[in-house]
Design a protein around this ligand. Structure first.
Ligand code: FAD
Length: 393
């Protein structure tokens, strides 16, 4: 093959999107991937419902990303563009009741991926499987495969090797060490969209759900459903709080409002109306069995003080001890720092080397926001590379 071309490392959503943009503009694109197959994490994401983006209106949508740069990149290739892109691949979508966007039921995740890979093949993208990125310098990139070590000259190099969770999908974050050794600033990878470990007394509630509750940390709160597990708590309101708790040292306290639509005063009135606290909780306040069981973790003195109980129904403290281990969570925060990039996501220390996807330092909740930012950064970097090459012609 020609030894001076565009090389993309990582056949995940970000790398493949960059490849599509560049190939459609007529460039010769080679993707290198260490697995035997493309986009394994993309397929894993499809296991629990293939949530490709979200239908939210764009101004609210971009607020899910704290990083300004990512907000603008997502605005530029937004949820509607993802829907259009899928439609061009022959994949129809629908908006689920939660606002999430899924492929219609006739398309399994593997069929979505196949449609994309078929299109990439048609436009000339070559994917070189079972090649592991080993190093790079200003001109060359180095890979190892079963047979040999290879050295390729690149004109443009796009790194899209993902975050650090679910290593078995290939996203093992080994790139961190390689980039750090070249003085590229990396914000340490941490668990994101992660449950929290809690003290043992909550483990007794394992398998029980709390629905329509409000979970808060400081001024940040989200209504939804959480589940107690053998180690702690999980659920989308919990994942939402990750990025705020991350700024502090554990242990921390998050608060649960078990009755978001009823005021503390109304709760107290109800509790005063009868001698039997349990009966008021179950019959008048209609607390779920799990909410009741949670209140029963209180000591007797607190449980029988109706003033305290009313307060705790509105603000039940749950101590959180730590995030879950990186390998089991949905995504990671951290990655290549924005300070390492020019505004076009090209590395300041290595002109002609760009990054896309989850390996960059941003985080977002589940619900389609992760894949959206991977598609959007792939689109952005593909276009930046194209512009830069066009300007040299
Ligand atoms: C269980 C689970 C559920 C999820 N659910 C959702 C969801 O519902 N909605 C949502 O938006 N997102 C979801 N995600 C997150 C989403 O899948 C990821 O954010 C997304 O896949 C990241 O895309 P990426 O292209 O940046 O990296 P990846 O998809 O991680 O792809 C990176 C690729 O690079 C390759 N690679 C890594 N290192 C090397 C190397 N040294 N040499 C060569 N190749 C290398 C990997 O093998 C991999 O193929 C989920 C993730 C998980 C794990």
């Amino acid at each position: 093959m020609n030894e001076n071309q565009i090389i993309i490392i990582g056949a995940g959503p970000a790398g493949l999107m960059a490849a599509q943009i560049l190939a459609e503009k007529g460039f010769n694109v080679h993707v290198y991937e260490q697995n035997k197959a493309a986009a394994r994490k993309f397929l894993v994401a499809g296991n629990g419902g293939f949530n490709l983006t979200h239908s939210e209106e764009i101004e609210n949508f971009i607020e899910k990303y704290e990083v300004k740069e990512i907000q603008e990149i997502v605005r530029n290739f937004d949820n509607q563009k993802v829907i259009d892109w899928l439609s061009n691949l022959g994949i129809s979508t629908y908006v689920g009741s939660s606002g999430k966007i899924f492929p219609t039921k006739n398309f399994k995740p593997i069929q979505v991926l196949k449609a994309w890979l078929d299109h990439l093949e048609k436009i000339g993208v070559e994917i070189h499987y079972e090649n592991t990125f080993a190093d790079f310098d200003e001109n060359f990139v180095y890979f190892k495969n079963k047979k040999e070590e290879i050295k390729l000259k690149y004109s443009k190099l796009i790194l899209a090797m993902g975050g650090g969770s679910w290593k078995k999908t290939g996203s093992n974050a080994k790139w961190v060490e390689i980039l750090q050794s070249k003085n590229i600033e990396i914000i340490p990878l941490e668990s994101a969209n992660s449950g929290y470990n809690t003290p043992e007394k909550f483990h007794l509630l394992q398998g029980q759900y709390l629905k329509n509750i409000k979970v808060s940390f400081g001024n940040h709160h989200k209504i939804g459903e959480i589940v107690f597990t053998k180690y702690g708590i999980e659920g989308s309101p919990i994942y939402f709080l990750n990025r705020f708790t991350r700024k502090f040292n554990f242990p921390l306290i998050i608060d649960v409002d078990l009755k978001p639509n009823v005021s503390e005063i109304e709760i107290l009135e109800q509790l005063k109306s009868s001698e039997k606290i349990s009966s008021v909780l179950k019959k008048k306040l209609k607390l779920s069995a799990t909410a009741f069981n949670l209140l029963k973790t209180l000591d007797k003195e607190t449980f029988t003080s109706i003033e305290l109980l009313a307060k705790l129904i509105k603000k039940f403290p749950i101590e959180i001890l730590s995030f879950r281990p990186i390998d089991e969570v949905i995504s990671t925060s951290g990655g290549v720092a924005f300070s390492a990039f020019n505004s076009n996501l090209e590395l300041k220390n290595f002109p002609n080397v760009y990054c896309a996807g989850e390996m960059i330092d941003w985080e977002a909740p589940t619900g389609g926001y992760l894949l959206q930012a991977c598609f959007s950064t792939g689109f952005f970097v593909g276009n930046q590379v194209s512009k830069s090459l066009d300007s040299k012609i």
